[in-house]
Design a protein around this ligand. Structure first.
Ligand code: NAD
Length: 323
C-alpha cells in the first residue's frame, strides 16, 4: 500500500502522516507514505519524522503537472491536504488561493486519473457553506462561500466531485470545522493567542468577538479523514465537526485562564472584512456510517496545546521571525 499525502508538511497533513507512520490507523501500519509539499511559508519539514524508512519526502508544487506525472504513479491512495489555508491572507490577495486550491487540485486530479489511483480524499472545510444564523449544515446544504479562501475551497470541492461524476475517479470529500492542535502555524487564532500570552504580548480579537466557530482537535479530524479513506463511499461528502461551538470571546477567555492572564491582555481590532458570523456543522452522516466521533475533549485538548507551545518555543519562534 502506497499513500501520497499532499501538504503533508503543514499542520493537519503532518499530524496525519505522523499518526500513519506510528501505526495509529488500523490496517495501514505498513503503508509507504510519500509527502508532496511545496514548503510554502506554512510548510515545515520539522513537522515530519524525516528519515523514517516508510516516509519519502518530495518538495514540489501541485500545480507542476510534469512533476505530478512522475510522482503520482505507483500510489494507491491520495490524501489531498495541500492548500493555501489562511482566510486573512486570501482577503489581502486571492491569486495564490485560486492557483493552488483550484488549479492545483485540478492538476492533481488529472494526474491521479492518468495514473489509475484507486482512491482520492479531498480535504475541505465547513467554510464552503458560508455563515449560518441558526441550525447546522448537512452535506446537502448550499455552498455559499464568503471569503476568497472559502470560494477557492468550494471550487476545488466541485472540481473533485466532477472528476468522480465525469471520469469515475473514486473521490471522497471531507468538510471539517476549525482545527486546533500542536504544530499549527502561529498566524492562526489559537497558536497566535497562546504564543502572545507566553511572550507577554496582547491578543488581537476581531470585532466584538461574537463570531462562533466549532472546534475539533487535529487528531480527531485526521482519524475521520482516514475513516473516509478506508470506509467511505466514492462521490460522497462527509461533514466532520468537533461538537464544541464557542464564540471567539469565550475561546479567548479559556486561553487567558489557561495562561493565568486577564482581559487587560486583549485588544479589540477592526473586524475582518466579510467575517462569517457563525459556523455549525451536522456530522450525523459520518457518525452513523463510519462510527466516527471525536475522542479528544476540548478542555484536555486545549490545555495540551498550550503546554505544547510552552514546551516548544524553538519551533514557533522560527516561524514568528519569518513572518
Ligand atoms: P497549512 O497551511 O498548515 O498547510 C498547508 C500545506 O500545504 C503546507 O505544508 C504548504 O507548504 C502546502 N502547500 C501549499 N501550497 C502548495 C502547493 N501549491 N503545492 C504543494 N504544497 C502546497 O494548512 P492546514 O491547516 O494543515 O490545512 C490542511 C487542509 O485542511 C487544507 O486543505 C485546508 O483547507 C483544510 N482544512 C483546514 C482546517 C483548519 O482549521 N486548519 C479546517 C478544515 C479544513
Amino acid at each position: 500500500m502506497r499513500i501520497l499525502v499532499t501538504g503533508g508538511a503543514g499542520f493537519i497533513g503532518s499530524a496525519y502522516v505522523r499518526t500513519l507512520l506510528d501505526g495509529g490507523y488500523p490496517g495501514c501500519a505498513e503503508a509507504e507514505v510519500t509527502v508532496l509539499d511545496a514548503l510554502t511559508y506554512a510548510g515545515n519539514t520539522d513537522n515530519l519524522p524525516l528519515g523514517r524508512p516508510r516516509l519519502d519526502f518530495v518538495r514540489g508544487d501541485i500545480t507542476d503537472t510534469e512533476l505530478l506525472r512522475s510522482v503520482v504513479p505507483g500510489h494507491d491512495w491520495v490524501v489531498h491536504f495541500a492548500a493555501e489555508s489562511h482566510v486573512d491572507r486570501s482577503v489581502r490577495g486571492a491569486a495564490a488561493f485560486a492557483r493552488t486550491n483550484v488549479l492545483g487540485t485540478q492538476s492533481l486530479l488529472d494526474a491521479c486519473l492518468a495514473a489509475g489511483v484507486d482512491r482520492f480524499v479531498h480535504v475541505s472545510t465547513d467554510e464552503v457553506y458560508g455563515s449560518i444564523d441558526r441550525g447546522s449544515w448537512t452535506e446537502d446544504s448550499l455552498l455559499l462561500p464568503n471569503s476568497p479562501y472559502a470560494a477557492s475551497k468550494a471550487s476545488s470541492d466541485l472540481m473533485a466531485r466532477a472528476y468522480w461524476r465525469t471520469h469515475g475517479l473514486d473521490v471522497r470529500i471531507t468538510r471539517c470545522s476549525n482545527n486546533y492542535g500542536p504544530y499549527q502555524h502561529v498566524e492562526k487564532l489559537v497558536p497566535l493567542f497562546v504564543t502572545r500570552l507566553l511572550t507577554g504580548g496582547t491578543l488581537p480579537l476581531y470585532g466584538d468577538g461574537t463570531n462562533v466557530r466549532e472546534w475539533i482537535h487535529v487528531e480527531d479530524h485526521c482519524r475521520a479523514v482516514h475513516l473516509v479513506l478506508t470506509g467511505g463511499r466514492a462521490g460522497e461528502v462527509y461533514n466532520i465537526g468537533g461538537g464544541t461551538a464557542l464564540t471567539n470571546r469565550r475561546l479567548t477567555e479559556l486561553l487567558l485562564g489557561l495562561c493565568d492572564a486577564g482581559w487587560d491582555r486583549v485588544r479589540h481590532v477592526e473586524d475582518r472584512k466579510g467575517h462569517d458570523l457563525r459556523y455549525a456543522i451536522d456530522d450525523a452522516k459520518i457518525r452513523a456510517e463510519l462510527g466516527w466521533r471525536p475522542r479528544v475533549s476540548f478542555e484536555e485538548g486545549l490545555s495540551g496545546v498550550v503546554e505544547w507551545y510552552r514546551a516548544n518555543p524553538a519551533w514557533w519562534k522560527s516561524l514568528e521571525a519569518a513572518r
